[in-house]
Design a protein around this ligand. Structure first.
Ligand SMILES: C[S@@+](CC[C@H](N)C(=O)[O-])C[C@H]1O[C@@H](n2cnc3c(N)ncnc32)[C@H](O)[C@@H]1O
Length: 224
């Protein structure tokens, strides 16, 4: 049994009754989903200024198409936005992994309602996650939690290796030690962006840094 450290960041899931074709998902991720379409929404309020589903989708969409994968996994899949985009819009098998059963349960309901048969959700964490190798994986805004909070890696090489073993190309969004949450969850552990970069270079052939949604949350596109 995985111990969850906090309640899921879910504002509302509006299914809208028998006749509704669109489900509205609001919380850490914000989107509307129907059987045919997954539509990212800008943050409805002032909460979570460091993450906006619609803005981040632009980056995801561009990079996804440059990689053009046939399989996809999202680690820390939250309310399932990227998994449903890949399954419903890009038509490839997509797996979401999250250690919080609340998110997994909500995603399973959305999947059932909109017949998203290419989407799969797994309730696990990185240390316990065992299955195949994916062509493309995203690890957005979660690596700082694994260092010494929801998992206890405390070893950047082993942490990045456990990801690298699971995908050919990985897009990380890395809250640095300058980011307020990055600092809060990793202070006094030695976690830094420089340490991430140094170890990513040991495990991937190509490591490219790109600007993120905020100055202190850059992306790293890592290719084996
Ligand atoms: C800050 S949110 C980021 C959500 C999403 N990746 C995004 O950027 O839109 C972190 C997510 O990772 C999940 N998470 C945290 N620690 C985890 C772990 N050790 N294993 C799997 N999921 C984890 C949380 O439940 C949450 O959904």
């Amino acid at each position: 049994m995985l111990t969850t450290l906090e309640r899921a960041d879910i504002e509302s899931i509006t299914f809208g009754g028998h006749d509704s074709s669109v489900t509205q998902v609001r919380g850490y991720q914000n989107y509307d989903i129907s059987d045919k379409q997954v539509l990212p929404i800008n943050n409805p309020g002032h909460k979570r200024p460091w993450v906006d589903t619609r803005v981040k989708f632009e980056d995801f969409n561009r990079i996804f198409h440059s990689v053009s994968p046939k399989s996809y996994a999202d680690f820390g899949s939250n309310l399932g936005f990227y998994v449903f985009v890949c399954a419903q819009e890009y038509d490839i098998p997509a797996v979401g992994v999250d250690y919080n059963m609340e998110y997994i349960a909500v995603c399973e309901s959305i999947k059932a309602r909109h017949s998203a048969s290419l989407a799969t959700f797994k309730h696990t964490n990185l240390e316990q996650w065992r299955d195949g190798v994916y062509e493309f994986m995203t690890v957005f805004n979660v690596i700082h939690h694994l260092y010494n909070r929801t998992e206890k890696y405390m070893d950047m090489y082993r942490l990045i290796k456990d990801f690298a073993d699971k995908a050919d190309t990985i897009l990380f969004e890395v809250p640095t030690e300058q980011d307020s949450k990055g600092h809060k969850w990793t202070m006094d552990t030695g976690y830094t962006e420089a340490l991430f970069y140094e170890n990513a270079l040991k495990l991937f052939n190509q490591v490219e840094r790109m600007p993120g949604q905020t100055e202190h949350r850059p992306y790293y596109l890592c290719v084996k």
